[in-house]
Ligand binder design. Structure first.
Ligand code: HEM
Length: 421
């Protein structure tokens, strides 16, 4: 599909309803029917540009051309992101904040994360073996919430685990819902921010001393571009920017279960390749193949022309994340689950495989948690394949391409869980 000479325009007053109705496929459907990787439409009562593909991703991550200020819809800020977080910053302020996140992702800290996570998995499996049935999604969220809090230096008594897991999960489960279900997410954000704010104040007053490598310590003492400490609310938002997405890896873990169920031949391939290379490809393919983020948003920073199209300052712009990962121009048989496609290194390129954003980690808005997401998924695959046996009773494992975020409908029920001998 060309970045068209005449960028097509979707006629009509507003297409927000179509976006909700078509979900992950909204942009790709139109890119295909317009035969163009860029088109203009109207969303949320304003003009919007939608684009997808490798060249569009490269353009979208050009910090000179796009900004994030004012780009996230209110319902997303009030649940998923929070206000004043790194997602909403530009230029030096963003760089300063992003360096703070990246300082947590060192090799040593990643190793610490993996060790904690393995321990939490073992503890959880001990409990599962005494139960008739578990819903894997619910259990994975608890394991991840526990790991996230330990790794971030946030104290979490066992009796609060379920409550905090549910609160954190509602931040990513409710942004696209309507009515009371959505308001639950907003309410829980207020509760969680108050919890984190109190902890930051305790750290600053010397009442709680987390390890200096942790998010709680780092965000409590971080200084912004003016050399000032973050206000406690902003520090709280950023600590939640660690705890929430780690808990959300449960969705990818469910898709890991599903991939092993839908494509059982993968088990043999994973078993016969001891170096871990195939596991890396398998995890990459899960992140490419299954839906998570449908798109990401920005606004045009200043007027510019690209492929004969005039991008006007402040126009809302959506980059098609799901559609780029399923783009027939970039992927052979994109609807085929085929981990071997990652043998070709270019396929992991920074503007092609973009389930967690594209471009640079430090200068751009690409997800800083990509590395630990991949590691957590590998730990999960190792437990499912090598450490435990389980049965999956009859259940609805289908997933929707409309509800966001999507996951297998049953949540993946397991019975007869045992340690592998
Ligand atoms: C569950 C799997 C995850 C998915 C699907 C995911 C996806 C994404 C996406 C699509 C973006 C936006 C990129 C953009 O705006 O251009 C993002 C940004 C971000 N993610 Fe993740 N993420 C995941 C896990 C994580 C983890 C584990 C962490 C932290 C430990 C994390 C922290 C962040 C932060 C702080 C940002 C904002 C970065 C910035 O604006 O500079 N994410 N993620």
């Amino acid at each position: 599909m060309p970045e068209s000479q005449d960028v097509p325009r979707e006629e009509g007053l507003d297409h927000s309803v179509s976006l909700m109705r078509e979900g992950y496929m909204y942009i790709l459907n139109r890119r295909k029917s317009f035969q163009s990787n860029v088109f203009e439409t109207r969303l949320l009562g304003q003009k919007a540009i939608c684009m997808g593909g490798k060249n569009a991703a490269e353009l979208f991550y050009d910090q000179e051309k796009f900004k994030r200020k004012g780009a996230a819809p209110k319902r997303v800020q009030e649940t998923l992101f929070g206000k004043q977080g790194v997602q909403t910053l530009d230029d030096n302020q963003h760089l300063n904040r992003k360096e703070m996140f990246m300082s947590l992702m060192s090799e040593e800290n990643t190793k610490k994360f993996i060790d904690i996570h393995r321990t939490d998995w073992k503890k959880a499996v001990e409990e599962w073996t005494g139960k008739d049935e578990i819903v894997f999604y619910e259990e994975a969220k608890k394991i991840l919430c526990q790991t996230a809090c330990k790794w971030a230096g946030v104290p979490l008594p066992d009796e609060e685990l379920e409550k905090r897991t549910n609160e954190l999960a509602s931040l990513f489960e409710t942004p696209a819902l309507i009515g009371p279900e959505h308001w639950k997410g907003r309410h829980n954000r207020n509760i969680l921010e108050a919890w984190m704010k109190e902890l930051v104040e305790k750290v600053r007053e010397g009442e709680w001393s987390p390890d200096p490598q942790t998010a709680l310590y780092t965000m409590s003492w971080h200084k912004d571009v003016e050399g000032e400490r973050l206000d406690p609310h902003t520090a709280a938002v950023e600590i939640l920017n660690i705890l929430r997405p780690i808990t959300a890896i449960a969705i990818y873990m469910c898709f890991t279960v599903l991939a092993l169920e839908q494509f059982p031949e993968e088990k043999g391939k994973l078993a016969s390749e001891p170096t871990g290379q195939y596991l890396q490809w398998f995890v990459q393919e899960i992140r490419r193949f299954y839906p998570f983020f449908p798109f990401v948003t920005a606004r045009v920073k200043k007027d510019f022309t690209w492929s004969n199209y005039d991008f006007e300052k402040d126009t809302l712009t959506l980059l098609d994340v799901y559609g780029t990962n399923h783009d027939p121009e970039l992927w052979d048989n994109p609807e085929l689950f085929h981990p071997e496609r990652f043998k070709v290194e270019e396929n992991s390129q920074k503007y092609q495989l973009i389930p967690q954003g594209g471009g640079s980690y430090v200068e751009g808005h690409r997800c800083p948690g990509e590395g630990i997401t991949i590691e957590a998924m590998k730990v999960c695959a190792d437990f499912l394949l090598n450490k435990i046996t389980y049965q999956m009773p009859e259940q609805d494992l289908s997933y929707s391409l409309v509800s966001m975020p999507s996951k297998p409908k049953s949540g993946c029920k397991f019975t007869q869980i045992h340690w592998k001998q």
